[in-house]
Design a protein around this ligand. Structure first.
Ligand code: ADP
Length: 164
């Protein structure tokens, strides 16, 4: 049984993430999308909301599960009995950090392998931060994120403007 974890913040999930999930679901028996509960980060949606959004978008995949986690990824991987981590690589700028994390994780948990999927050219520029930047200025984000979550993102910014 090849069980892999695809960890990230997914705040919000983008077409780039969806592409990595779809491709890795075809490679491994089971994918757990691990939603990092980064309470100190100033996130757009809390982890429970991000989990609910992802579950809704990933209903069609019967081997993909979504779960929030906090603390170390290696501990989550051990708990889930998974020894593969999937990460997406967009550009050289991702590489150095990802390599360091992957190697550190292996020191902590030698059975753990990190598999990097090279981003689809269509999404290589795309990040959650870019989506937030655009949305905060009322930009069109329909090319970046699934249509069903656009109202939630727009509402979050409208609300934050109202309380300022
Ligand atoms: P993190 O804060 O852990 O980087 P993200 O939610 O930003 O979390 O990203 C999760 C994973 O998805 C990372 O491996 C990241 O490189 C990958 N990723 C993000 N955007 C894209 C994209 N456009 N194409 C492919 N992979 C991506």
């Amino acid at each position: 049984m090849k069980r892999a974890i695809y960890p990230g913040s997914f705040d919000p999930v983008t077409f780039g993430h969806m592409d990595i999930i779809r491709r890795s679901a075809g490679m491994f028996d089971e994918i757990i999308v691990g939603v990092l509960n980064n309470s100190q980060k100033n996130s757009l949606f809390n982890a429970d909301v991000r989990v609910t959004i992802l579950e809704g978008l990933l209903k069609e995949f019967d081997n993909v599960y979504v779960e929030a986690f906090d603390g170390l990824l290696v501990d989550f991987a051990k708990k889930k009995d998974a020894n593969i981590i999937v990460r997406g690589l967009r550009a050289v700028t991702d590489f150095e950090y990802e390599l360091q994390i992957a190697q550190t994780n292996r020191v902590e948990y030698p059975k753990l392998d990190t598999v990097f999927l090279v981003t689809d050219l269509n999404y290589s520029y795309l990040s959650s931060s870019i989506v937030k930047e655009f949305a905060s200025f009322g930009g069109d984000i329909s090319k970046f994120v699934p249509e069903s979550i656009i109202p939630m993102i727009e509402d979050a910014y409208t609300y934050s403007k109202r309380i300022k």
